[in-house]
Write a protein that binds this ligand. Sequence first.
Ligand SMILES: C[S@@+](CC[C@H](N)C(=O)[O-])C[C@H]1O[C@@H](n2cnc3c(N)ncnc32)[C@H](O)[C@@H]1O
Length: 328
Amino acid sequence: MNFPPHHLYIRPQYMPMPIPWHMVEPDAESLIVELGFGRGEYLLTLSKTFPDALIIGFEVSMTSLLKAAYRLQSADKRNVKMLLFDGVLGLSEFFTPNSVDAVYMNFPIPWPKKKHAKRRVVRDDFWRILARVLKIGGYFELMTDVDWYAEEAQKNAEEVGVFSVELKRNPSRRVQTKYEQKWLAEGRDIFLVRVVKDEDYKSDYERLFIKGADYMPHAFIKKPWKELLNDMKSLEGLEIRQSTDKGYGIREVFYRDREILLRSFTIDRGFFQSFYIWIRPEDKEGDDAFLMKLDPLSSPFRTKSLMSLMRHIKDIVGEEFVVRHNLG
Ligand SMILES: C[S@@+](CC[C@H](N)C(=O)[O-])C[C@H]1O[C@@H](n2cnc3c(N)ncnc32)[C@H](O)[C@@H]1O
């Protein structure tokens, strides 16, 4: 057995945005998503039940993802791709509107306390994201053992105005996950919330990941090394905050042998990324020539704040900074 089975993973940081799923699996007839697949029992069932679909699974636990990868590898299932990424943000950013046939979620942790409400997968913005990415006729199935969670989901889904919503107690199911078996063995009720998108949903959602990894903002700098180094050193500790959930900065500046690394960060609507910007000599253009680009090892998502940071560096360098790729 080959392990790790790389063909089962997708690293979204290295993909165009939104992800062109039709290129990932050109023959797939439909697109199905599972959020928080855990050990992957249901992911495997989906891949068997819908052999002509491309099944995308999101999970935030590496341990679970590896267990699920073993399971799928053993069953030789190839119509599944897994991402180690927040399922809600992934659903929102990696899919175009009206492109998803079905979304499944089994037994999410309900996070009942108010102070933990932000950790809930099914939170306020979730229903609008679902309304946007599902096709008309597409559906979402939520299984839970928590009655109030099911009732709240039903109510919130109805409020969006484009879904028909059903809540069923102890429905019969094609397959049971580990949690489901455990709850049923304990004699507890389980609930299915089934949501179908009946009409188009108008949305003015502004994407966070404005470009994909195929967009590499970079610039050519013609400046003596010492001057360039001083420019970059002056940026150490930079922190620009347009608001509490938006900004960028440079934590540290490292250099050696006419190479510079800027340990940088960006925040976009609360989404934080830490990464490096790399400046290296461009010898074929002469002694005082440098290339500045994102360090490929820490490939960040291309966001507005990332573009603002690049433009900030450009302003510090001055007219010797020649943009090779539009900074957005
Ligand atoms: C209670 S387990 C249920 C696992 C599986 N669905 C089942 O029924 O056996 C919840 C799973 O959701 C995952 N999870 C939590 N938040 C998530 C998020 N934002 N995106 C994707 N997965 C998430 C957790 O790591 C965990 O594996």
